[in-house]
Design a protein around this ligand. Structure first.
Ligand code: MRU
Length: 345
């Protein structure tokens, strides 16, 4: 079992309670917990990456539906459901690429639409049960990913990872990092190269912090050091997470992942994508159909909040890229290792 004591998000209280999560934009300098009582605050926390990582925004979205339900005042059941659906759909639009957000919200709305509830209180109770189930399923899936993924990690390995696909990005344990935690727990000697992951430095701020906390031997590198390290024979495998995996296996993940996959192919290094089944989107045919989120130019024009580019400069800032399936050696899922995607994962 991978080792992680961190819990990035929790629901406090009963169905009239609130959501509490770590503000990931403050890490690693400060560990701040935000208490979130309404969906507007959650929407902006997801947009601004206070809560981030595909599986975690799915879980956050599920609890977001509980917040929406809690705050609806309409007594009429049809009006209640309509408001719940409209506000939930808006929440689902906070970040378009990670399929987990819309997946979890759809699952919550199905609970609301299917049941015939005595009253609003009973509906809110059922929604909270479902959101908690989504969280505990995510934790279990991440744990299973760790179990399977660790089999691919040999003793004395140097692993490269990009962005943060760890506990902070999930209910617990992570996806790519879960495999690393499990390998370490099995007594394997491992070392991780952490890409800093420009522009928002999820690697330098979050993965570096998480791995250090877990006592994993790791070294931070600039994103453009991955190629030279591979050429020097210093990387044994690459393990990354995913935001959406299309039916043909094309995978959207943090910008920079595609380049790593091409480099790994050129150097004959295994390139693994770790993801729970909630990240597989069988309705999307290929990478060409994945909507890529474009973020504010200032994330690129600045570094750690300080302008680095000239005033008149513009920037191009897609948050994700798409790695073609042909560059992926295998998918590490909660159901096992998949060399190829079939219609059933
Ligand atoms: O923009 P972010 O920080 O939410 O991007 C996160 C990633 O790209 C992760 O690799 C992905 O969500 C998988 S997390 C288990």
């Amino acid at each position: 079992m991978p080792n992680s004591i961190l819990q990035p998000l929790k629901w406090r209280g009963n169905e009239n309670g609130y959501l509490q999560f770590i503000d990931q934009t403050a890490l690693p300098l400060k560990k701040i917990y935000i208490s979130c009582h309404n969906e507007a605050i959650l929407y902006s926390a997801i947009r601004s990456l206070k809560v981030r990582g595909a599986p975690l925004i799915g879980v956050a979205g599920a609890f977001g539906v509980c917040l929406i339900a809690k705050n609806i005042r309409t007594p009429n059941p049809t009006g209640f459901l309509k408001e719940l659906r409209l506000k939930s759909e808006r929440l689902a639009s906070a970040r378009p690429t990670a399929v987990n957000l819309s997946w979890a919200i759809k699952r919550m709305l199905a609970v609301a639409q299917k049941g015939s509830f005595r009253n609003a209180a009973a509906l809110k109770e059922s929604l909270l049960i479902e959101a908690k189930r989504i969280l505990s399923e995510d934790i279990a899936m991440c744990e299973a990913i760790g179990r399977y993924g660790s089999k691919l990690i040999k003793n004395n390995s140097n692993i490269l990872t990009h962005c943060n696909a760890g506990t902070l990005a999930t209910g617990r344990f992570g996806t790519a990092l879960s495999a690393i935690y499990a390998a370490k727990q099995q007594g394997k000697k491992i070392h991780v190269y952490v890409d800093e992951t420009r522009p928002l430095l999820q690697g330098a701020r979050l993965t570096a912090w998480e791995l250090t906390q877990a006592g994993i031997n790791c070294t931070l590198i600039c994103d453009n050091m991955a190629g030279p390290l591979m050429a020097q024979g210093k990387i044994d495998c690459v393990i990354v997470g995913a935001d959406r995996i299309a039916r043909n296996g094309d995978t959207a993940n943090k910008t920079g992942t595609y380049g790593l996959s091409v480099l790994a192919k050129a150097h004959k290094i295994p390139f693994y994508v770790a993801a729970p089944v909630s990240t597989f989107d069988l309705k999307t045919k290929s990478g060409r159909d994945i909507v890529i989120e474009h973020r504010e130019e200032k994330e690129v024009l600045e570094f750690a909040g300080r302008r680095t580019a000239p005033k008149e400069m513009k920037a191009y800032n897609p948050a994700f890229d798409v790695t073609p399936a042909k560059f992926i050696t295998a998918f590490i899922t909660n159901n096992g290792i998949r060399r190829q995607i079939k219609t059933k994962i």
